[in-house]
Write a protein that binds this ligand. Structure first.
Ligand code: G4P
Ligand code: G4P
Lengths: 192, 192
């Protein structure tokens, strides 16, 4: 997605060979018009797949997912990483590993909102080692829902997540794929 | 806001005399079209106030804030409640009390995105005892930013938050004000 690659090139800050900071438009400050364009792009790629609902995870997945849901005219459910005042019963949960923190965290969704009648589009902001995406796939499976695919805003192609998911036969659509962050520079994979 | 009151009346579940569950469209599952209508309503109320940016807080504030930002053509910044991979420097922080949990939590925003040149519209999903709103006001003050006002989706009029904020001379615009949740029923304050 050209508009996204240009935004990353002009505002992204390479923090290390592994981490790209895009707090100015995706992870802390949000650019709503760009989010709308991102939502419309996800809609274009998945509009013929019978998607009934979008599944994402708090917090950075919410804005892109909400805009995709707006364009596609469907609801958006966001998985919780922590207990909330009202998300207390009928939970479908999954464990998500953090390699950096060497911890496991439980993510949850209410079985009221993700069911066997759903065909889900999973959306998230980053795809790195894929643990969060695997957790959302696991929740979808427990609910008996179909998964049309996974929509990612930024995939780090040099990490394993993309490979892990595609090897399972999951369709992964990433709007920007970063081949490398070496030498402080963002190198994108060529548009396919 | 009539559309919102009708949605609360048909889908809201009164969990107790103090708590209303609206997980089906605001706090877990999100209704994007309703969020867009909410964003447009906030825009109508604040479009002549020179607002440069919307300030909200993860997670449930993000969708309504993003839609307001989309309508108003301005960026949205969401305060973090927990450390994030990239939000590590130049933090402006504030303490937020939780009366239920008897704890204090630190919320933070990057000084890169909230500055003395900004006129902020603070947006959040619920206004109950007002601690989160006070924290966002405190952050705004530390940044030297003006605050045009606070936009709330659902205010619980029987709790102190609204009074606390308005007594400080802050303009609070709530799209629905709940007078009472007694006897398992949602009673709205009359539209002013
Ligand atoms: N900006 C940025 N973020 C990255 C990058 N790589 C991974 N992340 C984010 O870091 C978080 C994952 O960290 P961990 O759970 O500790 O996992 P890991 O060590 O196994 O990678 C996720 O944020 P999250 O849980 O989705 O947080 P939130 O922003 O939704 O609150 C993920 O999106 C990157 O290059 N740049
Ligand atoms: N559904 C619902 N939520 C209520 C109600 N009253 C307060 N809340 C939410 O509960 C959370 C506040 O809980 P605490 O921090 O423990 O504060 P408190 O005990 O002093 O009220 C906030 O969620 P939050 O931190 O904003 O969480 P998030 O949803 O953004 O993640 C607030 O929006 C209510 O009647 N219904």
């Amino acid at each position: 997605m050209k508009q996204l690659r240009e935004k990353i090139a002009s505002e992204g800050r390479v923090l290390s060979g592994e981490v790209l900071k895009v707090d100015s438009f995706l992870n802390h400050q949000i650019d709503p018009k760009l989010m709308q364009a991102i939502g419309e792009e996800f809609s274009r790629r998945f509009k013929n797949d019978g998607v009934t609902k979008i599944l994402t995870i708090e917090s950075s997945g919410i804005a892109p997912a909400a805009m995709a849901g707006l364009t596609m005219g469907i609801p958006v459910v966001f998985a919780r990483k922590r207990a909330s005042l009202t998300l207390t019963e009928g939970l479908i949960s999954s464990e998500v590993k953090s390699f950096t923190k060497q911890t496991v965290n439980t993510i949850s969704v209410s079985g009221d909102y993700v069911t066997a009648d759903d065909t889900l589009l999973i959306i998230d902001d980053f795809l790195a080692n894929g643990q969060a995406a695997l957790g959302l796939l696991d929740i979808s499976g427990q609910a008996g829902a179909k998964v049309a695919g996974i929509g990612i805003v930024i995939e780090k192609g040099f990490q394993n997540g993309g490979k892990l998911l595609r090897e399972q036969g999951v369709r992964v659509e990433s709007l920007a794929i970063i081949e490398s962050l070496a030498d402080g520079k963002v190198a994108f994979r060529e548009e396919s």
